[in-house]
Design a binder for this molecule. Sequence first.
Ligand code: UDP
Length: 329
Amino acid sequence: MRLLVTGGAGYVGSHIVWALSDRGDEVVVYDNLRQGHREALPPTVRLVEAELADEAALDAVLGDGHWDGVLHFAALSLVGESMQRPFHYMTENAGLGIRLIDACVRHGVGRFILSSTAALFGNPETMPITETTRIDPGSPYGESKLMIERALYWADRIHGLRYACLRYFNAAGADPAGRSGEDHRPETHLIPLIIEAALGLRPEILVFGDDYPTPDGTCVRDYVHVSDLAQAHLAALARIETGSATYNLGSGTGHSVLDVIRSVERVSGRPVPFRMMPRRPGDPAVLVAGSDLIRSETGWTPQYTVLDDIVATALAWRQAHPNGYGNAA
Ligand code: UDP
């Protein structure tokens, strides 16, 4: 297949690009490199360094031959930031995402895969979260992804664009072959921050809240390995042939913040200093995915079901790249 991947140089996107390249697809990455890294990509992959807002650049790429599909990862993705700048998230994420869909329709692209999020479920009362759980975004970030999902629904109904919306829970880990890993600037995600604390790259990890209604009082999340996410994208591309679909993507198991700290301690063999802090605004107590639908409809099965195995891949990548991309040890 010939595929365009927006945001393909980012954390999740780059793992999908590797998986597509591994199976022989022709992949072009469209990325402004504000969060992405050239070094995260296979050397043979063409990178178009441009803004999604640059309509001329986007039209030039989409007009350059036939495209079998577009995979859309380029987005702002911080829940907390979206609570500060709601309209920025709506114009950047929803606005540009919808313009991308429009461009795909104009250029005759037949398949679209959206990197969506568990954040559009807000703070649900029952777990696990399935595709029939009530949607109620807890943040403008979640809302912005929902707006793109709805635009895709109409793109299919009116223009026949086949799509898959993949709602990730907590993407974690790194390519087991060490070809790509997690390097956000600034880093806000739990596992890389704990690893930094274990490696002495930061003094401690701050735990946001120990008074949640969970077994140990800290938030519970569903950590799903990026390589499993990558395989889910391949499965979704095949599934699209028989119609559009929307799936939750998680491992189905919840781990508390303290569970993750203990896991990093076990895997690294080093203590992780931590300090209890007040809750972080916008954080739901528990988010665990029910992924039965994608399993039954595509045969997808996560290979990483043990948290320590996920953490081990993230730790290995970070040990090989103590300063992230561009500074391999
Ligand atoms: N978390 C924490 N300390 C940190 C970063 C995150 O306690 O320095 C908690 C956060 O409150 C949440 C969980 O770890 O319950 C996962 O957070 P992350 O930002 O990695 O992902 P999110 O679930 O927000 O998408």
